[in-house]
Design a binder for this molecule. Structure first.
Ligand SMILES: *Cc1c(COP(=O)(O)O)cnc(C)c1O
Length: 385
């Protein structure tokens, strides 16, 4: 069945007890056993029917066989990192989510895990030259946050598998509607479900999906042992978000295209970063591995001051971290989401603005941006005189 149908039905049989069309929120910590050791569920850290419905639906949408839900995207990443050990080498794209970079560089590196951060360009040119037999994990994010670089997942996975490394892809920016890394050779897909999957900026959650039964068994063991699970209500909100993922993503993409078209012609904008632009270095790869180019757009303006001023001036676009909700958000990565990469050699440009294009009217979004940009541009020009 098609994606749209699976998003609404997979893992979501009507409730056997009442016939409820919507999977109930099983808000319980424990379950009665028929006799010692005779049970379907025993304890809610280990398993919960609401969470399982969400996990089954996620597995279906990512083209995997198993899904594991977590209390946040970082909880999913932390759990996946327990598949490797100190002294193992991890190769990561350098332009990862700021929190992932912080987790790797400030939490795991001091414990003796060895990280190499490779640019998206270098990943695409010759991934194999960055890997060796000590490399146990290759961590990719594509499109990247916030520069929207694109990595060839299939090529990176081939190189990683040649040295016996696992490939993890953070698919948060694309969502499974636009990109399915497991079908391109990745071993594990991780998500911050806080973003497009939940879709309404009302929860924090994470997920990991694999098509490999042995890997899932390890992830399930780690999920239960580390305990970084979501509560039943958040799992239920995520499941509800999945039902409209396809229509939301189509509108996010359409609105992003309109906004990009407008920004491209704007005199105050120096450069627009969007994989849908033919001028984008990753355009051809994105066209091959994605259904469409997504709702995230970044652009450079002439100065940090203009960037900081303009993100505070918009009315429809809310100045906020996070992304992927129905409402449009605007932010300044260097001082907000990516402040944790400020010391890194690949720090975010200070004149970069990031947009999470929502599903409001594109005309309203463009008018609001125009207002914020033109005021800023004129005052910037004045200050040069
Ligand atoms: C937000 C985000 C994360 C972290 O997820 P949380 O749910 O905030 O813990 C990881 N990766 C990407 C790409 C993100 O945007």
């Amino acid at each position: 069945m098609d994606f749209e149908t699976r998003a609404i039905h997979d893992g979501q049989e009507p409730d056997p007890l009442t016939g409820a069309v919507t999977v109930p929120i099983y808000q319980t910590s424990t379950y009665v056993q028929q006799a010692v050791g005779e049970f379907r569920y025993d304890y809610a850290r280990t398993a919960n029917p609401t969470r399982e419905a969400f996990e089954a639906c996620m597995a279906s949408l990512e083209g995997g066989s198993h899904g594991r839900a977590f209390g946040s995207g970082m909880a999913a990443a932390t759990t996946v990192m327990h598949l490797v050990s100190p002294d193992d080498r991890i190769v990561s794209v350098n332009d990862v989510y700021g929190g992932t970079y912080r987790l790797f560089s400030k939490v795991y590196a001091p414990k003796g895990y060895e990280f190499s951060f490779v640019s998206a360009d270098a990943c695409n040119q010759d991934m194999a030259s960055h890997l060796d037999e000590r490399t146990r994990l290759v961590w990719l994010e594509t499109p990247t946050n916030p520069l929207l670089n694109v990595i060839d997942i299939a090529a990176a996975a081939r190189a990683a598998h040649d040295v016996g490394a696992l490939v993890v892809v953070d698919n948060t920016f694309a969502s499974p509607y636009l990109q399915r890394p497991l079908e391109l050779g990745a071993d594990i897909v991780v998500h911050s479900t806080t973003k497009y999957l939940g879709g309404h900026s009302d929860l924090v959650g994470g997920c990991a999906v694999t098509a490999d039964a042995a890997l899932d068994e390890q992830l399930g063991f780690l999920q239960n042992s580390l305990g970084a699970i979501p509560g039943p209500f958040d799992a239920w909100l995520c499941l509800r978000g999945l039902k409209t993922l396809a229509v939301r993503m189509r509108q996010h993409c359409e609105n992003a295209r309109a906004v990009v078209g407008h920004l491209e012609g704007h005199s105050a904008v120096e450069k627009v970063l969007y994989p849908g632009l033919t001028s984008h270095p990753g355009h051809e790869i994105a066209e091959r591995q994605m259904r469409d180019f997504g709702g995230m757009v970044s652009f450079l303006v002439e100065s940090e001051q203009l960037a900081v001023d303009l993100v505070a001036r918009t009315k429809v676009w809310a100045l906020a971290e996070s992304l992927g909700g129905v409402e449009s958000l605007i932010e300044h990565p260097a001082r907000m989401t990516h402040a944790s990469t400020a010391d890194a050699p690949f720090a975010t440009p200070s004149n970069l603005v990031r947009l999470s294009v929502g599903i409001e009217s594109a005309d309203d979004l463009i008018e609001d941006l125009d207002m914020a940009l033109s005021v800023g541009h004129r005052s910037a020009l004045r200050s040069h005189q």
